[in-house]
Ligand binder design. Structure first.
Ligand code: IDP
Ligand code: MG
Length: 139
């Protein structure tokens, strides 16, 4: 059965002009774009989206980073797309993310408190349903 995932090109990716390259990789892999919208996050939206990280040392820097510019919000669809996009994205830490992945090819460490790693991807069916509901309530 087909499934959906929420992908975000975070503000660092949009600022660096990598939105097209990231969308290209999602489409080249064969996934179908269901929604694509440039959005400006709010603290309320981010508190919901990152509820699992509230209270962690990087939470405040993470919110500040996610408010630093527009985010490209994407819903993509396909069999096992949740796992498939996590694989395209690579490891959380862009320094050690494997070459060939979005974070490994295009990301690096910067002197910031939070890891800027270009993309978000839902990590489970439960997360994708929750996150699509937050970013695209009409879907
Ligand atoms: P993920 O994006 O690979 O799913 P999560 O653990 O869900 O990683 O963390 C959310 C985001 O918070 C990461 O993408 C990254 O931007 C940031 N982050 C996670 N762990 C750390 C950390 O240990 N230090 C700094 N920033 C972090
Ligand atoms: Mg996560």
């Amino acid at each position: 059965m087909s499934e959906r995932t929420l992908i975000l090109v975070k503000p660092d990716g949009v600022k660096r002009g990598l939105s097209g390259e990231i969308l290209r990789r999602v489409e080249a892999k064969g996934y179908v774009l269901v929604a694509v919208e440039l959005r400006t996050a709010t603290p309320e939206l981010l508190a919901e989206h990152y509820s699992e990280h509230v209270g962690k040392p990087f939470y405040e820097p993470l919110v500040e980073f996610m408010l630093s510019g527009p985010t490209l919000a994407i819903v993509a669809e396909g069999e096992r797309v949740i796992e498939g996009f996590r694989s395209l994205a690579g490891a959380t830490d862009p320094t050690s993310a494997a070459p060939g992945t979005i974070r490994g090819d295009l990301g690096r460490q910067w002197p910031t408190k939070v890891l800027q790693n270009l993309v978000h991807g839902s990590d489970s069916e439960e997360s994708s349903a929750r996150e699509i509901g937050i970013w695209f309530p009409s879907l």
